[in-house]
Unconditional design. Structure first.
Length: 164
């Protein structure tokens, strides 16, 4: 059965569409290591602290964009008035189009899930590169030690929370 979030389950049970909570796939052990289910992977990607940090980064990018667009929009409007530009050919309308496109790329409130070039996708790519370089050993010792300390802390936290 495909993974279903808790809100969907609650709505399904309340409306009578679902009679009971679907069973989650169990984790299996592979060579003595716990194999993560899709649910565990999603939990790591949706960890509250991780989401908070990404949201703060997006807020900063959005704020910088807004600060830059304010004087540019005034300048564009003045030039449009002087040159008599109107409609789609005006600099102000071009700026508005740029603003809409940058809003999709920033994806502040995660409303543009189908977009390919968002900050979320860029951060995933950076994360994949860091993971790959870590596995190959092509990172500085200081960075490697910091990552290992964080991973150790995560494992200890995970063992405390696992019902085994």
């Amino acid at each position: 059965m495909p993974s279903v979030d808790r809100r969907t389950i609650a709505i399904g049970v309340m409306t009578g569409v679902m009679k009971e909570k679907p069973t989650e796939p169990k984790t299996t052990r592979l060579f003595g290591f716990k194999k993560e289910s899709n649910k565990e992977t999603n939990l790591k990607q949706n960890h509250p602290v991780r989401r908070l940090l990404i949201f703060q980064l997006k807020l900063a990018v959005d704020a910088i964009r807004d600060i830059l667009l304010s004087p540019i929009s005034i300048t564009a409007s003045i030039i449009d008035l002087i040159q008599g530009r109107k409609g789609k050919n005006s600099y102000f309308e071009m700026l508005m189009k740029f603003g809409r496109n940058s809003e999709k790329r920033i994806n502040l409130f995660e409303q543009h899930q189908g977009e390919k070039q968002t900050i979320d996708n860029m951060l995933k790519q950076v994360e994949e590169v860091v993971k790959r370089e870590y596995k190959k050993g092509d990172i500085t010792t200081k960075t490697k030690n910091a990552i290992e300390a964080k991973l150790k802390l995560s494992r200890v936290e995970q063992q405390k929370n696992s019902p085994e």
